[in-house]
Design a protein. Structure first.
Length: 124
């Protein structure tokens, strides 16, 4: 499965989760923004970046990339997210687990997040 398909699965699962929990989902047109969707939770709008992961660290914890990547056949680019890019990171794993991690809980210095016990409180 390619990365675009994995991303589509993650976004689909995020939309399903929020919709099932009576949270309105708004979708931006195109993929120019550093977030994948916006949620309206009790009248408060929040930007959500969605990640899908099937990759596990050497200790068996799922790990998701925290970079914006892009490019074409000639080049690729990668840049870290910064404050204001999104409010929550919705992470969906290949075993059906989901997490909603606030941006403030992520280090801007990191390029990935390992879903260790530290993030258990954000498991949905």
């Amino acid at each position: 499965m390619n990365t675009k398909s994995k991303g589509d699965i993650g976004v689909g699962q995020a939309i399903a989760y929020y919709t099932l929990n009576d949270i309105e989902v708004l979708l931006p047109i195109g993929d120019k923004k550093p977030y994948d969707l916006v949620i309206d939770r009790d009248g408060k709008l929040s930007k959500v970046q969605v990640k899908y992961t099937s990759f596990k660290s050497k200790y068996g914890n799922f790990r998701a990339d925290l970079r914006i990547t892009g490019g074409n056949q000639s080049f690729t680019s990668s840049k870290k997210y910064v404050a204001g890019d999104f409010d929550f990171c919705f992470i969906y794993t290949s075993v059906g687990e989901a997490y909603e991690v606030p941006f403030d809980s992520l280090s801007e210095k990191k390029v990935s997040i390992t879903l260790s016990s530290k993030y258990e409180k954000y498991k949905l």
